[in-house]
Design a binder for this molecule. Sequence first.
Ligand code: GLU
Length: 326
Amino acid sequence: MSSPFRSKLVAAGAVLGGLALAAGLAFAQAPAFLRIATGSTTGTYYPIGRLIAGAISSPPELAVTAVASSGSVDNVNAIAGGSVESGFVQADIAYWAYSATGVFQGRPPMEELRSIANLYPESVHLVVRKAANVQSVADLKGKRVSLDEPGSGTLLNAKAILAAFGLGDRDIVGIYMSSEQAAVEMRAGAIDAFFLTSGFPATAIADLASAGAGIDILPITGAPAEKLTRDFPFFAADEIPAGTYRDVGAVRTVAVGAHWVTSSKVPADTVYAVTRALWSDKTRAALDAGHAKGKAIQKATALSGLQGVPLHPGAERFYREAGLLK
Ligand code: GLU
């Protein structure tokens, strides 16, 4: 969980520090650096973060790097704590962190959080080992289920979903590991199911399916799912199309938006440059070619569902110029 996160951040910081030094010699104006905290390397945040970072970087003026992390909760903590400049965060987690509500109730509100853009929907994947004979969420009773690691947004969604279906902590054998580890354990037959809230196709699941590991994805539907979307307005009904994962049919589930979030402490000029570069033709081409979820990242939906966390003034400037905001 947090130790690989920290070590990756330290490594990224060293590279950026070197760039800062090199750039400082050649340019009077300070170059801008921005790290994007993402998620596990086997999710979708990480490859999308790398794609975006590669497309929008124009060193030495603007150097952007993607760093791995445990996911949304880790990312808001790191942004608020100042150890990264930005990160990808689920809409539910961003809102709760900013307003100190939901799972962040009782903690100081992370008032410095600011939105850059809505990116794409993240679908709740409930992956099961076919041989474990689990046909519905209720069948998870007594099974070995990974809810993802502490620091992930998935963990909080997994708990909310189990609760909506009437399952408490004691009804399952809860295991807390990243999707990367969960995929290994599932292949070994050591766990029966795992949750992953991630844009499809998520690498860990795509790899399992292509390897013929005998997996299925369970629907999250019916009255409990409807209650979930009522109680948590960030969730919406969603479908993972047939064939997204080899030999897995269409799956009805729920989804939440993936947002790119930064801090009010990051200068407006930097966030303006980042936002403009995100919606440039160059980045468009990279997103369309680089990942199946890249196509879902569209300027037309850049501001969708961002009500929970205010726009950064630098991003706002771009959206006004682009005519997306009046
Ligand atoms: N939404 C997940 C989380 O915050 C990460 C998904 C991903 O890495 O694609 O835990």
